[in-house]
Design a protein around this ligand. Structure first.
Ligand code: DON
Length: 319
């Protein structure tokens, strides 16, 4: 397939092309078996590594999907993008920027050293330190109220009520000593000013929300559509918040590989350890993938390949 250059025109790719190219991307990479799935959360190690799904959703509400589309998986770090959007929407961009930052750390997502090097500043909302700080800022009188708002907002992004995978939640809650350490370190620097262990609990729940690949694509398409869910028509966040969230994703959504990703694929994206990725082209739509085996940075191997292919063939690169 040729490389398409329609990026600055704002013209949506032809819908029949999307269907055909999503199927081609699936066939091209379905047999790739490199990478390793995350096992630091025991429940994630048990997932079938062969699962593979792709969904594309555009700003008109159209969806194409293929593969293991009926399989649900926990959203994990992809939640960080949507909770960040929620926090910016409720508190304003500057309040969140001052507390969390927007620059890449150049270090892994769960790095303690990154926090120490910046004297307690998380640098960006897509690493665990920044995500925990962001979650701590979500409005609510109680941690229960914060959690309700997070669940309702992520559900509005998806266009249906999302539920927690209790097994993954419990598995991670028993093994997330590192996140507890990070939250307490942030408290020691005055960066988190509520009970850090409760913040970790809300964060662990948000990571354990179950989605399928179509949910992720629609969540991404809502950011592409200026905060209006293109399937339900609900306004979830403001257009300014979408712009700010996509800027943060461009800088840090693919961890310390974000520069490489922008150079090769050119679409703001967020990945998670359960094997999901969502990539968002403003004004057009989003591509989501699910394939559990990850590279060393924690990004799904087949997901990156499929999104790269669709970026080139559909002209989704924003540069
Ligand atoms: O914080 C954690 O360890 C997980 N709940 C989420 C991690 C994640 O998805 C980040 N990366 N790939």
């Amino acid at each position: 397939e040729g490389v398409r250059q329609n990026v600055y025109t704002g013209v949506l790719p032809d819908w029949d092309d999307v269907e055909r190219l999503v199927a081609q991307a699936f066939d091209r990479y379905r047999d790739r078996d490199d990478g390793a799935q995350a096992d630091y959360i025991p429940a994630l190690a048990e997932v079938d590594p062969n699962l593979f799904a792709i969904a594309a959703a555009d700003v008109n509400g159209g969806v194409h999907k293929i593969g293991s589309v009926d399989v649900s998986f926990t959203i994990q770090s992809i939640s960080k993008a949507f909770v960040y959007a929620l926090a910016c929407d409720r508190l304003g961009r500057d309040a969140v920027r001052d507390r969390v930052g927007v620059d890449n750390t150049g270090l892994p997502f769960d790095s303690v050293m990154a926090i120490e090097l910046q004297k307690g500043h998380p640098r960006n909302p897509m690493v665990n330190a920044g995500a925990l700080t962001t979650t701590s800022l979500v409005p609510g009188e109680t941690f229960g109220e914060q959690w309700q708002l997070i669940r309702e907002t992520l559900s509005a992004f998806a266009g249906r009520e999302l539920q927690v995978d209790e097994q993954v939640y419990r598995s991670e809650a028993l093994t997330n000593q590192r996140n507890r350490a990070i939250a307490q370190l942030l408290e020691s620097y005055g960066r988190i000013d509520v009970d850090p262990l409760e913040v970790v609990d809300v964060y662990t729940r948000q990571c354990s929300l179950l989605v399928d690949v179509t949910d992720l694509a629609v969540m991404g398409a809502t950011l592409a559509d200026g905060g209006v869910n293109p399937v339900t028509g609900a306004t979830v966040v403001s257009p300014d918040v979408c712009r700010d969230t996509l800027a943060a994703l461009a800088a840090s959504g693919m961890y310390e590989r974000s520069g490489e990703w922008l150079f090769e694929v050119g679409i703001p994206a967020k990945s998670g350890v359960s094997g999901g990725i969502v990539a968002i082209t403003p004004g057009k739509g989003a591509i989501a993938t699910f394939a559990p085996p990850l590279d060393e940075a924690g990004n799904s191997v087949r997901g990156q390949l499929a999104i790269g292919y669709l970026s080139r063939t559909l002209g989704l690169n924003v540069f």
